[in-house]
Design a protein around this ligand. Structure first.
Ligand SMILES: Nc1nc2c(c(=O)[nH]1)N[C@H]1C(S)=C(S)[C@@H](COP(=O)(O)OP(=O)(O)OC[C@H]3O[C@@H](n4cnc5c(=O)[nH]c(N)nc54)[C@H](O)[C@@H]3O)O[C@H]1N2
Ligand SMILES: Nc1nc2c(c(=O)[nH]1)N[C@H]1C(S)=C(S)[C@@H](COP(=O)(O)OP(=O)(O)OC[C@H]3O[C@@H](n4cnc5c(=O)[nH]c(N)nc54)[C@H](O)[C@@H]3O)O[C@H]1N2
Ligand SMILES: [Mo]
Length: 748
């Protein structure tokens, strides 16, 4: 058996190959807690669902119906590579000429695979920018609300994400760690671009051993590991702002708010105070007011507020909190609460976001910007907020508000997707289907017949990262790994780079796209650019040849021992924040100036559009659709490892014993989960340690609607979720604000 080192976004592995087949997948010695998700590679890479050769949808090929109603249900015809490239390039040219480049949607959101050169979206963007550009997408599904609001009120998101308080700083300093949305262990398996050392869980355990007390504020107790010996408060989903306001009310009225810090380091506390006391809206945000919204007892709110003020307290919110209706508000309110506690910039005090959301958050590694594939500029300059894709497809010419400006949706005639799965990631998939059937043509690069491939017209088979060489390195990981090719390209698959080179050749700009470099030369070139950057930063990295031979390189250690807010705390004039006032903006003139009723000038409780008191009778259960433990999103859902976590091939819906009893359900039963937007099947699992009005169905099952009834058969929660932006400010996804009903499903 031969062994090859390759990398995924959930870890670096040694892959054993025998007679051309992947047989074993082992973690590497540098990884203290190897993720089992690596096992998906064993049968997943060479799975029968691989796309063997270029395929064209029958209806599209026959020109009768260029797309529309049969898309997603039609048959495909295999065609030779040259013919597929010819058809696709002609269609790209036709659409650009007849309708302009903005009518091509190349947003192509998605995680694709680890590897800096073969990053599918970068390859697509380089290609499409050279052919005149396209309509792009802004921000991410992960953190759109945070990305847009935080620069106005605290700091640019990329700065927060990479520089915020480290877990090393928490260990030995923090006394009380309050985690809204928990610290889900399963999510730290993953990090965008790759991860070498899984250490989040160990660092949290070290924190516990150093005396940190954890409070998990989540509808689900398991969102913080039981080993951390956690206190658990269980608010209703999407009500964290109300709970935080109740805490803030106690701090204000019991004289526990740090007025000196608020005065010197923030602007707008007077407005916050008026709102807390009900002076501005007639409704004091008392603990009982909060309790009525969030269903946490008023006494518990009072006790927690006092405890927070008495101890060195660190506040954090999971990214999930801002993936709900008005998701900007909990982040703003968390920062407001931290400012009231006045511990920002002190060792182990203050606030941060997304600890344990990905494995790098809170790490203290040196940050280094490894070279990427040069993508050029998008000549059209047109982009939509990423989660408004269906709105755009359905409403060409309509205007949408975004961060203080208006964007007009272009009329999309062609979609090109490489490295993402909208039939995984987008909300209200039945609505997406309507939008997706509008353009003339959909082109997709994919390794497998995933839903996005099934919903394409021209489908190019792409290689996986195990079929090519690459660099695995990212700004949040201390290592660079040489990704070895473990197996030959499967069937007729080509790398995304080769696919776009082929299209560029047909369109007459191959040399501009490839710069006459081979893939290996590109990778060497990227390594050299990183080496050049390193030398400007006072260190050196090995030569490409040395690194290829060693397979691994570790950046010099450069732990960030000083808290990112320490200088600001010391002297906010000398070390101001990048906000308009240089201070924490608890009230923002900028945001207030936008005049958005769904995102006013200070952190505000706004009832979600989907709200239990309104829809109680029909849809009494709140649906959370978190990340799956046994895979990354929808990737490798076809594998045995992912399927082993299912009930009868369906994703598992976890519910409280009371909710199950009321419906006559037990573990292992099949259920239909539904609301007015759609319905899917799922298998039942029971968990007493969660709210009884909440059910959990992780994302990532391959979208499989029954052709006759529309019932989704694999348990994809996005047939249920609402397709609404967080607010006019960020227009982020609101996946976690969703109501459903559950009933037994009898197969007859
Ligand atoms: N209800 C609900 N929905 C959610 C969320 C939620 O919490 N709840 N979370 C959201 C979040 S945070 C995110 S980030 C998104 C994730 O959404 P996506 O990133 O779109 O999901 P993936 O399943 O990772 O899709 C990646 C696709 O790329 C393909 N691929 C892998 N490698 C390659 C390659 O080398 N080349 C090509 N061409 N293709 C490749 C894979 O087969 C897969 O189909 O989902 C969002 N959706
Ligand atoms: N194994 C694995 N890990 C992953 C991923 C994966 O696909 N698989 N995806 C990665 C990606 S792209 C991202 S963006 C991150 C996402 O990181 P997060 O956004 O933090 O992850 P989620 O799993 O959506 O939610 C975390 C927890 O928040 C709780 N929660 C949901 N809504 C609310 C609420 O309104 N209030 C409170 N208090 N709690 C709530 C849920 O119980 C859930 O378990 O995860 C990353 N990690
Ligand atoms: Mo994400």
């Amino acid at each position: 058996m031969k062994r090859f080192r390759n990398a995924t976004q959930w870890g670096v592995y040694d892959v054993g190959v025998e007679a051309g087949r992947i047989k074993t997948v082992d973690g590497i010695p540098e990884d203290p807690e190897v993720s089992d998700v690596g096992q998906v590679l064993i049968d997943g890479v060479q799975h029968r669902t691989r796309i063997k050769r270029p395929a064209i949808r029958k209806g599209w090929l026959e020109q009768k119906d260029r797309g529309r109603q049969l898309r997603g249900q039609d048959e495909f015809c295999d065609v030779p590579w040259d013919e597929a490239l010819e058809l696709a390039s002609n269609e790209l040219k036709r659409v650009a000429q007849e309708h302009g480049n903005t009518s091509i949607f190349g947003g192509s959101y998605g995680w694709a695979s680890a590897g800096r050169f073969h990053h599918a979206q970068s390859q697509l963007h380089r290609f499409i920018n050279l052919m005149g550009g396209c309509t792009r997408a802004m921000n991410s599904y992960s953190t759109a609300a945070a990305q847009v609001i935080l620069p106005h009120v605290i700091a640019p998101w990329h700065e927060m994400e990479l520089q915020q308080t480290t877990l090393e700083n928490v260990i030995g300093n923090t006394q009380l760690f309050v985690a809204f949305g928990g610290l889900p262990r399963r999510n730290a398996q993953v990090a965008y671009g790759g991860i070498t050392e899984h250490r989040t869980h160990r660092d949290l355990q070290r924190a516990r051993e150093s005396g940190v007390e954890f409070v998990n504020i989540s509808p689900v107790a398991g969102d913080v590991d039981a080993a951390l010996n956690t206190q658990w408060l269980a608010p209703k989903p999407s009500t964290d702002v109300a709970l935080m306001l109740g805490l803030a009310f106690v701090l204000e009225t019991e004289g526990l708010a740090d007025k000196d810090f608020l005065g010197s380091h923030s602007v707008g506390y007077d407005r916050v105070r008026d709102y807390l006391l009900g002076i501005s809206d007639g409704e004091p945000k008392t603990p009982s007011w909060a309790s009525a919204k969030c269903d946490v007892e008023a006494e518990a709110i009072v006790a927690l507020a006092r405890d927070m003020a008495a101890k060195r307290t660190f506040l954090t919110a999971a990214w999930s909190l801002q993936r709900g209706d008005h998701g900007e508000q909990p982040y703003w309110m968390l920062a407001t609460l931290a400012a009231m506690l006045g511990q920002i910039g002190l060792p182990g005090g203050g606030f941060g976001f997304g600890y344990s959301a990905e494995g790098f958050v809170g790490s203290d590694y040196k940050r280094f910007n490894w070279a990427t594939l040069p993508k050029g500029r998008n000549p059209t300059g047109v982009a939509i907020p990423v989660a408004r894709v269906t709105d755009m497809l359905l409403n060409p010419g309509a205007d949408v508000q975004y961060d203080g400006r208006s964007i007009t949706y272009p009329d999309i005639k062609l979609i090109y997707w490489a490295g993402g799965n909208p039939f995984h990631h987008h909300q209200d998939l039945n609505r997406l289907v309507d939008g997706w059937r509008r353009p003339d043509t959909v082109i997709v690069n994919e390794p497998w017949w995933t839903p996005v491939a099934q919903w394409g017209d021209i489908v190019f088979p792409a290689t996986t990262s195990l079929e090519r060489i690459d660099i695995c390195a990212s700004s949040h990981d201390p290592y660079a790994h040489f990704m070895e090719q473990a197996i030959p390209p499967q069937h007729e698959a080509r790398s995304d780079h080769q696919i776009f080179s082929g299209l560029a050749a047909k369109l007459g700009f191959e040399a501009a796209f490839t710069e006459n470099k081979s893939e290996r030369q590109w990778i060497e070139d990227m390594w050299q650019r990183s080496a050049d950057l390193a030398s400007t930063q006072g260190f050196s990295i090995p030569t490409f040849a040395e690194w290829e031979k060693a397979g691994i390189y570790r950046l010099p250690d450069e732990p960030r021992t000083r808290d990112w807010m320490a200088d600001f705390r010391l002297d906010p004039t000398a070390a101001p924040l990048a906000t308009p006032s240089g201070k924490l903006e608890l009230f923002s003139e900028t945001i207030a100036g936008f005049g958005y009723s769904d995102c006013p000038g200070q952190a505000t409780w706004i009832q979600p559009q989907e709200w239990q008191e309104v829809d109680d009778a029909l849809y009494p259960l709140h649906l959370l659709s978190p990340q799956p433990g046994r895979r990354l999103h929808s990737q490798y859902d076809q594998s045995r490892y992912s399927q082993a976590g299912k009930v009868a091939g369906k994703e598992v819906l976890t519910m409280h014993p009371e909710a199950a009893k009321q419906r006559g359900l037990k573990a292992g039963d099949l259920v239909r989960v539904f609301n007015e937007r759609g319905a899917c099947l799922a298998g039942v699992s029971i968990n007493a340690n969660m709210r009884s009005d909440t059910v959990v169905l992780p994302v990532g099952s391959w979208f499989k609607p029954c052709a006759k009834t529309g019932l989704e058969l694999n348990g994809n929660p996005n047939v249920l979720t609402r397709d609404k932006g967080t607010s006019q400010l960020a227009q982020g996804s609101t996946a976690h604000t969703c109501l459903v009903q559950v009933e037994r499903y009898d197969e007859s």
